[in-house]
Design a protein around this ligand. Sequence first.
Ligand code: X1H
Length: 404
Amino acid sequence: MSSLLLARNGRRAISFIGVGRRGTGALPGVHPAPRRFIIDMSYSAHFMDFKGSSIPSSMKKLVVTKLSPNFKEAVCVQTVAVPTPGDAELLIRNRFVGINASDINYSAGRYDPSVKPPFDAGFEGIGEVVGLGLSASSRYTIGDTVAYFGSGAFAEYTVVAAKEVVPVPVVKPEFLTLLVSGATAYIALKRLGDLAKGETVLVTAAAGGTGQFAVQFAKEAGCHVIGTCSSNEKAGFLKSIGCDRPINYTAEDLAKTLRKEYPQGIDVVYESVGGSVLELSVNSLANKGRLIVIGFISGYQTASGIPPFKGGTLPVKLLQKSASIRGFFLPHFFSDYRDALSSMMQMFAKGKLVCEVDCGDLAQEGRFIGLESVFRAVDYLYAGKNLGKVVVEVAPPSVSNSKL
Ligand code: X1H
C-alpha cells in the first residue's frame, strides 16, 4: 500500500495530519509515540497513485449539450477537472478512441430518450491506468494497459468501472477495433448467423469498421463471401482479407451482379446500410436465408434516424423463402462478450485476424490527432472515406511507459 498515495499531482492536498515527533516537544527520557497519520476519510475510497502519471489538473472532453444527429451541432469541447475514480473504478488516460456510426445516434439522444444533455460522448477507448480506487487495486495497477467499451470515451481521461475494462498487452489501435466493431461481427454471426460451410454470405459496407471482421469470420466458417464497398482500393483490401467477390457499387450495379452471379440467392446477409440496400438484401435472400440488421447508417443523419423502407410485402417475402430478419444490438449479448474478445485477441496475436485501422492519414487535414479531430473523423466516416475502423489518437504516447 505504500506506493499508493492519497493525492494526485497538483490537484489534491495530501490529506493527513502527522502527529508524534513533529515539533520539539519530546521530553528527555520520554519516548515519543510512533509517527501516526490520521487519514482524512473523505479520501479513503480514492487511493490515487501518481507515480509517473503526471496527471494534469484539467482536461478536455466532448460533451453532448444539445440533442442532434448532427455531431458538430450536438457536441462541444469542454475543459473540466480530471475526474476521480470511485472505489471500484479506474482512471484511464485515453491514447486512442474509436469512432462509431452510432456516435450520432447517441448524440441525437436515441439510446435513452429519458437522458437529457449534457452527457459525455464516445463509446470506446484504449490507454493506460493512471489512477484507481482501493478495491480496483486488487486487480489493476498504475501503468496497466486497458481497453474499454463504455460511455464518455471522447475525453483525455475517462473513469471506467474496473469490471468493464479488458486488459491488453500493449496500447495499439488494433485492439480498439475489436471492442465494438469486431465483437459485433463475431457475436452477431455466431449467435444469429447460423453459418454453415459452403454457404454464401453478403457483407455490406464490407471494408468498414465492422464489415472487415464479418468478412473474415464468415471466411473462417468456410463460407463464400461477397462484400460491398465504394472504391477499387477498398475492393483490393477486401480481396486481401479473403473476400471472394468484392463489389464496388460505384463501378458496377449491385442488384444486377447479385442476380446474375448468385441466382440461388444469399444465405446470410450482414447488413449495416439500411434503406434500398436492405431492400435489395431482403430480395436477394435464398430459401432459409438469414438477414442480420446490425445498423442502418443511411438513416442516421435524418431527423428520425430511420431510412425509408418499403416493407409492405415483407411478410410474403419472408414466408415464401422461410427467411428471417434478425436485429443485433451488442449490449444485449453481454454474456458472449468476454469469450468473443479473448478469441479475437488470440487470432490477432497469431496473425490470423486483420484489424485495419484508419487514423485519417490520407484525410484532407491529415491524421486524426487530438480530441478536436473527433469531429473530422465522424465526417470522414459519414463521407464513406474510411478503409477499416476510424480511430482518433487522443494523445501521444507517454514516455514513462514502455508498453505504449
Ligand atoms: C435499447 O436499444 C437500443 C438500440 C439501438 C437503443 C438505441 C439504439 C440506437 O440508437 C441505434 C443503434 C445502436 C447501435 C448500432 O450499432 C446501431 C444502431 S441504429 C440505432 C437507432 C437509430 C435510429 C433510431 O431512431 C433508433 C435507433
